[in-house]
Design a protein around this ligand. Sequence first.
Ligand SMILES: [Ca+2]
Length: 202
Amino acid sequence: MAEPNSIPKPKRRWRRYLVLAVALLAAPCLPWPLPRAELEGQRPALAPPAGAPEIWIPRQDLEGGNELRAIFVHELPEGGHELTLWFRDEDHPWAPIDNAYDLYRWLRWSRVDDLETVTLTPARDLALPGTAAREQPFDVFWAEHHTALIGRGGADRLYVRTWNHLLSNEPQAGIDYQPVKVQFLKGSRAELEAEVQAAWPD
Ligand SMILES: [Ca+2]
């Protein structure tokens, strides 16, 4: 899961443990299941931008209820397009902490839904600012966010490489991937984050 800001800041691991501990303690006080974002709104459907990659997702992730709902498109003033992938959820591979992790995300970002943003440049390269997986396996315990620029000589596809939907143009060996086709809707990452904040203010 990427943070709302496009360039992730260095993180301290002890803060993750602290927030997870607080989330576990707060869990009995909060409503379950946690509310999900409804981001379709009245957003118009768009044709896919030229050069938009095909998205391939592990079958196990789709069957776990973490489907891709839509891809939001925002035309950038400097050229190119911001593409934001909207997943219904993301599930930590260790089931006992998945509920706490969902709660952590809801408290921190006012959503359980997962948003991952990439940029399609005017040259049709793909920039992954904090949404690149590198070689991490799908079930990695702590998924690290990386930044990458993928030249389009090598990528008409993006693969969901980790359980928190970090991406790569290289699939993981032994994983059964499925291509998914969803609507492209008009909307920027900033607009989507503002919408969920307005629905569930701090
Ligand atoms: Ca989850």
